[in-house]
Design a binder for this molecule. Sequence first.
Ligand code: SF4
Length: 244
Amino acid sequence: MAIDRSVSDLYRYLRQQRERYGDTLYVDEEVIRETELAAQGLTEENGEVTEAWKTARTLEHLYDLIHDCRKCPLAETRTKFVFGVGDPQADIVLIGEAPGADEDRQGEPFVGRAGQLLTKILEAVDLSREDVFICNILKCRPPNNRDPLPGEVEQCEPYLHKQLELLKPRIMLALGRIAAQTLLRTNDSLTKLRAGVHAYQGIPLVVTYHPAALLRNPNWKRPTWEDVQKFRRMYDELRNADLP
Ligand code: SF4
């Protein structure tokens, strides 16, 4: 049985029991087991015990189940957990490597100057932030913006997989070398990765520069423009292929 029982449900249950039995409280075994499992972040479905977040049916529910995550040491240094923002029905998902300082403060990905530039890049191909879903591989900021460690990716990437399972995007854009190399498990250069079209979790993936890199080196704006044009063309082709 899935455990999706909130504290208020349990409180209501206990009040009903008290009305029935007075101060001698009877709580059945199933409720005790559910409560014990829930305290460990677990649930039971079809007789199988699993982590509760794996059973989330919506992004909102997933957020509720993982926003207090402490699976890796980044939980100790983060200010805010950064789940991702945008349309829960989005066809398009943009993925960065991890939150930076501004994102860690605000709890939202791609804010600050790099975020503003990303908004402009989207607008250049007739998209808005509200049209897409934006997230990172890691949901918590690595100290001093260092690269994600393999152990952190191993712990956190399953959350991204679950997000994609719920979002079911048609196409994705990886922002920056580290995001692309991490997703694709490769050490290939950004130049090489930008040249191809890849697949991640069975979804087409295009690679381009991270907007923060464009702030450091404006010469990369032109190739980024070409990447997002390619991305937009691919997205239009995928949509047109579905038309009767
Ligand atoms: S980075 Fe991911 S795995 Fe680590 S604490 Fe944050 S949410 Fe959990």
